[in-house]
Design a protein around this ligand. Structure first.
Ligand code: ACO
Ligand code: HSE
Length: 351
């Protein structure tokens, strides 16, 4: 039986917010007149208590119904007939928000390599300005994975009682040296590209391909490649794992730019909810919302212990685990487990 409603089509609205004036960054730099692209789907209800705000990961965009299609959309867990769903493109990302290829209003030229360093706290502050612009006083659920989870936990700290449920997937409170190391290898690949340093939009593109190939090995567990990339017996070259990683590199380089990738990985490196707040444990203990931290048992990039750390240090934390051979990317793929974990969380909390 097809349970999907053929006549329920709720339009997604795509808009751009401009923050007029100077935006102070943690680095001491300022960003003038920044823009954030964002999408909304559904309507704010009479009690204004049905906002679900999704924060995308490293290479995501505002089209949450596309990249999280098993969780968000009509007849899905977060259904726009029930919820007002907002997803903004993070500052620095190349899907409509201000990023290194944008025009610097001060010079009239694109920023390129002069784009400032952004932190997850800066990104949370930018989302906060958008929330105020949209007249949203209360967020029912703030949810994000990986980089999106890092921005999410920063924003939950800032929002205090303005958010009821904070859901952080495959993420952490402070980036580990291990993760910074992986990001550095990817930036080394980008800067080894002979076009890196030049001022044209595709600068560093071949390097970005290599960076994504390296990154894919951190987004997956060896079991995933063992299962999916099986070669015929007796081969001595042209292995499936090689063409897979080359393909993934090309696929990303067609839709992303190396400067934005550089900026966002730097943002991930400096993430630390405890910076100038006497450490991560204390900062987490000052978050009043309910927090569900979801780890992935085979995540090699953001270890499950990092999600457990979040759940153990917030005031009202719950830890749940996805079991998956995919590794880190499981939070974008394992919909059956995600639906079960989310349903249980809301049921246990009487929502
Ligand atoms: C505009 C936008 O697209 S932005 C938003 C999209 N992206 C995001 O939001 C980021 C989050 N999403 C993701 O990172 C990914 O989409 C994921 C993790 C959810 C899924 O990753 P996928 O790449 O689809 O999955 P998977 O690892 O199974 O790879 C499948 C692809 O590899 C190809 N492939 C598999 N094995 C091989 C091989 N041995 N050799 C060459 N290609 C191969 C498949 O043909 C398939 O190609 P396709 O993507 O063109 O259909
Ligand atoms: N697959 C994810 C990995 C980072 O969590 C992305 O491309 O955004």
């Amino acid at each position: 039986m097809n349970l999907e409603s053929p006549y329920l089509i709720i339009d997604m609205v795509q808009e751009t917010f401009t923050n007029e004036g100077e935006f102070q960054l943690e680095s001491g730099d300022v960003l003038s007149n920044f823009q954030l692209a964002y999408s909304t789907q559904g309507q704010l209800n009479a009690n204004s208590d049905n906002v679900v705000w999704v924060i995308h990961a490293l290479t995501g965009d505002t089209q949450v119904q596309v990249w999280w299609s098993g969780l968000v959309g009509e007849d899905k867990f977060y259904d726009p007939s029930k919820y007002f769903i907002v997803c903004a493109n993070l500052l620095g990302s190349c899907y409509g928000s201000t990023q290194p290829l944008s025009q610097n209003p001060t010079t009239g030229e694109s920023y390129y390599y002069d784009f400032p360093n952004l932190t997850t706290r800066d990104m949370a502050n930018a989302l906060e300005l958008l929330r105020i612009e949209l007249g949203i006083h209360q967020i029912n659920t703030l949810i994000g994975g990986s980089l999106g989870g890092q921005v999410g936990i920063e924003w939950a700290y800032l929002l205090q009682n303005k958010v009821k449920n904070t859901i952080i997937l495959a993420s952490n409170a402070k980036t580990a040296p291990w993760t910074i190391g992986f990001n550095e290898t990817q930036r080394m690949a980008i800067s080894a590209d002979q076009t890196w340093g030049e001022k044209f939009p595709e600068a560093g593109k071949k390097g970005l391909e290599a960076a994504r190939a390296i990154a894919m090995l951190t987004y997956r567990h060896p079991d995933n490649l063992t299962e999916k990339q099986v070669d015929e017996p007796n081969k001595i070259d042209n292995f499936r794992a090689s063409s897979y990683l080359r393909y993934q590199g090309q696929k990303l380089a067609k839709r992303f730019n190396a400067l934005s990738y550089w900026t966002l990985t730097k943002t991930m490196d400096s993430h630390d909810i405890g910076r100038n707040r006497n450490g991560a444990a204390l900062a987490l203990s000052q978050i009043p919302s309910r927090v569900l931290a979801i780890g992935v048992d085979k995540d090699l990039l953001f270890l499950k212990e990092e999600s457990q750390f979040i759940a153990n240090h917030v005031q009202r934390g719950t830890y749940r685990e996805i079991k998956s051979p995919y590794g880190h990317d499981a939070f974008l793929i394992e919909y059956e487990q995600l639906n079960y974990i989310l349903s249980s969380f809301y049921l246990e909390n009487n929502d």
